[in-house]
Design a protein around this ligand. Sequence first.
Ligand SMILES: [Zn+2]
Length: 300
Amino acid sequence: MSEASTSSQVVEKTTYGIPKPKPAYYPHPGSPLYADKELYQSIHNAPKTLVSTHICQPRSAIAIQIPAKTVFRITTPEGPQVCDLNIWNMHNPRERFWAARTRQLHSAHVSTYDRLWSNLPYLRPLVTITGDTLGGRHDEWGGRVHDTLGTRCDPYVDKLISGEDMDFHCHSNLTRAVLPYGLTEFDVHDVLNVFQMTGLDEKDRYFMETCPAVAGDYFECFAEQDLLVAISACPGGDLSQWGWGENEEKQDMVECCRPLAIEVYQLDDVESVLKAWNPPKVPNYRGNHGLTGPTPSIQE
Ligand SMILES: [Zn+2]
């Protein structure tokens, strides 16, 4: 098969005489999209106590409840490993992370001071990112880390492509992890791929690179709400060997799989550190989509 036949997109650039576009959304100081850097830097720097550490074994997932006003870190305790992250409102799982809107409001890859936004009709931050040992840069191939472009690996696409049944994809890992909270696979949603280096190539195709994390790297978030947070240690491990049963040369991928962890920290002086913080509110849209009749109330 020729390379040309594998993509609808061509490498050639064209011009329609249109000027260089600006970002569609631009979180600037004073905008409701913007995280007050001073506040979130002070949250990052503030004295805090490690209250619990939760290990996520290779090729599995964990789900934990994290109260609002808590700081948590997702870490790579033993070296490179990609992490598939899902977040819900602890009290109302219909409110959950919305990767597509987050990508628009900030960027396709996220880092410190970006926020992870919830879906409609809520549209408010679930977390604000307060620390990131890897992020914000891009490599020579255009890859960046902490990706909202892709989604979780799942057994359906694996079966479709390879014909194999595999039960430890991130979708399945996350499904097992959230069952004790009354959730099912229908609650598992598009992820943030933490520690995952991805981009779009010259033909606009999604690519994944080997995870650049080392032992001790972390991705730190401030919980804006009471949350249920689930992470999966992807069975692709550090993505140095992954394939859909098509790469006969690949070594056993288990060799490149490592654990992840979530560390939960309590601010020592919540009141003074969070003096300027307000709990996120849903936008007060009352239009009812042009329908007549009573306006539904939104459960917060
Ligand atoms: Zn995965």
